[in-house]
Design a protein. Structure first.
Ligand code: VGL
Ligand code: ZN
Length: 202
């Protein structure tokens, strides 16, 4: 069961959105072109309540992109983004969703952030994605989306730890911070995650 997991290809992460990833929109045609090569396509959607803890606006006197300590861990404070039910939380309008079998929402608990599509950042709660993929008989998991250095990275890391053979589709992903991505890319290669181009997919 060759499976594609599309991470957070949502309006707020596009140029013009509230937490834009440079050239985030360029991955949409790449993702659309490769979807038919997969037996199963699943997506994640960042889906925050307005009072979410990761929003700087919910912390008096704090500014966006500031780091704070939360439950003993570092948390970046983001601009308000992907608020449940808003246009910014919707998938990019040109993204073909017709083949998708399921959408896993994350970041729904106001008290904890969730970068990975599998677990929240404290590994307290599961989204059920790993169990779903296992039940479907998934062995090879291809990942792509936004942002390459945040949610796609953390999802890939968790998928790898869950025992899936992971393929990170680089031309179907874009990073928020290129320098951070360069380091994470090395780590993923070291772990045995395959860094590939969509052209390599049969
Ligand atoms: C993301 C920051 C905050 C992402 C989500 O999808 O990469 N980044 N929430
Ligand atoms: Zn978020």
């Amino acid at each position: 069961m060759k499976t594609l997991l599309i991470i957070d290809v949502q309006n707020d992460f596009m140029p013009g959105g509230s937490l834009p990833v440079a050239e985030g929109d360029t991955i949409v045609p790449v993702i659309n072109a490769m979807q038919p090569k997969f037996d199963l396509v699943v997506a994640t959607q960042d889906w925050h309540p307005q009072d979410h803890i990761s929003f700087a606006s919910n912390h008096e006197g704090k500014s966006v992109f500031e780091e704070i300590e939360l439950h003993g861990k570092s948390q970046t404070l983001w601009p308000d983004h992907c608020v449940q039910g808003t246009k910014g939380a919707e998938f990019h309008p040109d993204l073909d969703t017709t083949q998708w079998e399921a959408i896993f929402r994350k970041g729904t608990d106001k008290a904890i952030d969730s970068y990975s599509g599998f677990y929240d950042n404290g590994y307290l709660k599961s989204t059920g994605l790993a169990g779903y993929l296992r039940e479907k008989g998934v062995s090879q998991l291809y990942l792509c989306g936004l942002a390459a250095d945040i949610c796609v990275y953390f999802s890939t890391y968790d998928a790898f730890k869950e025992g899936f053979a992971c393929f990170f589709v680089e031309d179907a992903s874009q990073a928020l911070d290129q320098e951070v991505y360069k380091e994470l890319r090395k780590e993923m290669e070291y772990l045995g995650i395959q860094m590939i181009s969509s052209k390599d997919i049969q």
